[in-house]
Design a protein around this ligand. Sequence first.
Ligand SMILES: [Zn+2]
Length: 179
Amino acid sequence: MATIRVYKDEAHGDLFPRVCMRCGQLANHDVPQNFAWMPPWVHILLFAGLAPWLIVALILRKTMRVTAPMCDRHRGHWRIRKLYIGLGLLFWIALAIGLIAFSDQLPEDAVMPAFAFGIFGSLFWLVVGLFLVNGSIRATEITENRIELSNVHKAFAQAWREILDEEREQRPVARRPRR
Ligand SMILES: [Zn+2]
């Protein structure tokens, strides 16, 4: 897996190679994805409380929309993760509310197993979710004018570099700083 850099004026994806960002095979879908990023140190503020963290995170959070070429198999690369997280969150919240509201109506010997299922099940779900997000194509930096994406297939990164080199040769006056 590789890391690529995309400038804001390239994020529409028209210049991208027709190569799937995930597997390097032929891409036949253009998948728009909103990436978000904030400096990692922001999370240290969680120790100071939820409110300071939230305020700084909202100020420093940067987003960029990139239209990524994807193959048939990977067109749902981000959607499937969002579903896993969104539906999972709904399920565990509903379960927690249900358990708290109806715990006195459960048979006595079912209360402990039900709570244990809730606690260990949601922890397991969370760990799997972290692995899924960490392994996905994600932003490792976003600035005013560019985005860095990691977990991109190296065939895509290679083809993208060649396109940029070619473009730079055609325009002797550098449009962007050399990378
Ligand atoms: Zn693919």
